[in-house]
Design a protein around this ligand. Structure first.
Ligand code: PLP
Length: 419
């Protein structure tokens, strides 16, 4: 996380002292680096420059409007998964022709809105959905481009909650059905243009080999289908690139490109990609304050003002996030502790058995690192907790890009029944 560094023993994001942000904006607060977001986007762009792919930032990783707008202005398209994400994309005036839409459960209403908006592709996840899109496009007198999301049945070494490309997963369509779709159904469904294959094999994947396997399978499938009369011009290889949370050594963008580009050579396919975590993950931290230091007979707890509702990943996937104080003191002794929130669940922790300075005390600020992706976007109001604020740093300046929720926000749509 090169945009988050200790300078004279104080943690900075770019040129901004993070303790100052925490005291100004309050905690918990997510803080993102503009520079880190753009750097990661440009790394992919640069690595694949010889074929100029469409890089659709996967909004689910972090859908804050300012962040999406920043990436869209830098040339990104968007990968969306709901009517809500389409609404956000429109709010920032993202070009419809750079939007791809995946999801196993798109509703008629969502499909209609997206067809009307003129999105580039639906990534279709079932035969029923394909019929639905065709019917809606027909009713609107349009022909809609679609990608068939193929489940390539490859095994990916990542947490089982974030693998998506095994037969057992709910995502995508098997190869046999895909053949039927392109070679039989395509002739009947006049209002869809089936010109793309889409894959997304999982998330936080650290080695290139599953990507290589899946892309090879997809290209072979495209060749076979095109030889039999299909007209597939695009390949969408999804997201999934892993990042460093602890001591992982995931492939770099250029290693990834070096492995993928030769498979696409002379195929004449337009490449689409959907990175999310790779762009946003290391570009953000969550700042939180210690409320209490609690020593029990068996261990120490740092009880903090962030919790599983703010950052679900540790509770949900037992994910590791490095946690460091924003101020380092010299020669400090370390002690093992659990870092937990105030939610009434034993599963509410941000870290377990971490070696942290023994002298940490109430009101000290901790930074939970690599929290830029699947942090705020997975947060909730569980235990009627207000969701955190978000801040974007740009050099020496920073700006609030989401206000902390108020108690009023918590009850905004609720109606007290007179019973
Ligand atoms: N594309 C699709 C279809 C996804 O489901 C996801 C994540 O779930 C992504 C892209 C982004 O994945 P990642 O953040 O791992 O790059």
């Amino acid at each position: 996380m090169h945009d988050f560094k200790l300078k004279k023993n104080r943690l900075f994001c770019e040129d901004v002292d993070l303790e100052k942000v925490a005291r100004d904006a309050g905690t918990p607060v997510f803080v993102y680096s503009r520079n880190a977001l753009l750097d990661r986007f440009n790394e992919i762009k640069h690595a694949f420059k010889e074929i100029d792919p469409l890089i659709c930032y996967s909004m689910k990783a972090n859908s804050n409007l300012s962040i999406c707008r920043l990436l869209v202005k830098a040339g990104a398209g968007l990968d969306i998964v709901s009517g809500g994400e389409l609404f956000r994309a429109k709010k920032i005036k993202a070009a419809s022709k750079k939007i791809v839409y995946a999801s196993v459960g798109k509703t008629d209403e969502e499909i209609r809105e997206a067809v009307k908006s003129g999105i580039l592709f639906f990534n279709v996840e079932s035969v029923a959905e394909l019929h639905g899109i065709n019917a809606i496009a027909k009713s609107l007198n349009k022909k809609q481009r679609v990608a068939i999301r193929v489940n390539p049945d490859v095994d990916v070494k990542t947490h089982h909650y974030i693998t998506t490309a095994k037969k057992q997963n709910k995502f995508g369509i098997d190869i046999k059905t895909t053949n039927n779709i392109f070679l039989k159904l395509a002739k009947k469904l006049k209002n869809v243009d089936m010109c793309c294959i889409h894959i997304h094999i999982g998330s936080q994947i650290e080695t290139v080999s599953p990507f290589v396997q899946a892309v090879k399978k997809s290209v072979a499938l495209i060749d076979a289908l095109n030889n039999k009369g299909a007209c597939i011009t695009h390949l969408n290889i999804g997201g999934g690139l892993g990042i460093v949370y602890k001591d992982e050594k995931p492939q770099t963008a250029s290693q990834y490109a070096k492995a993928i580009l030769p498979i696409l050579k002379n195929k004449g396919l337009k490449l689409i990609m959907e990175p999310g975590r790779f762009i946003a993950g290391n570009a953000g931290v969550l700042l939180t304050k210690i409320i209490y230091v609690k020593d029990t007979q068996v261990k120490r707890f740092y009880i903090i003002d962030a919790a599983m509702n703010d950052l679900l990943r540790p509770s949900f996937y037992e994910a590791y996030h490095e946690i460091i104080p924003v101020k380092k003191t010299k020669g400090e002794k370390k002690k093992s502790a659990d870092i937990v929130g105030a939610v009434c669940e034993s599963g509410d922790f941000l870290a377990k058995q971490r070696r942290l300075p023994e002298n940490l005390k109430q009101n000290d600020i901790l930074a939970v690192m690599s929290a830029g992706a699947y942090g705020f976007s997975m947060s909730s109001n569980y235990n009627s907790r207000k969701r955190a604020a978000e801040v974007l740093v740009n050099g020496k300046k920073y700006q609030l890009i989401r206000k902390r929720e108020s108690y009023g926000d918590l009850r905004r749509n609720e109606i007290v029944a007179n019973v």
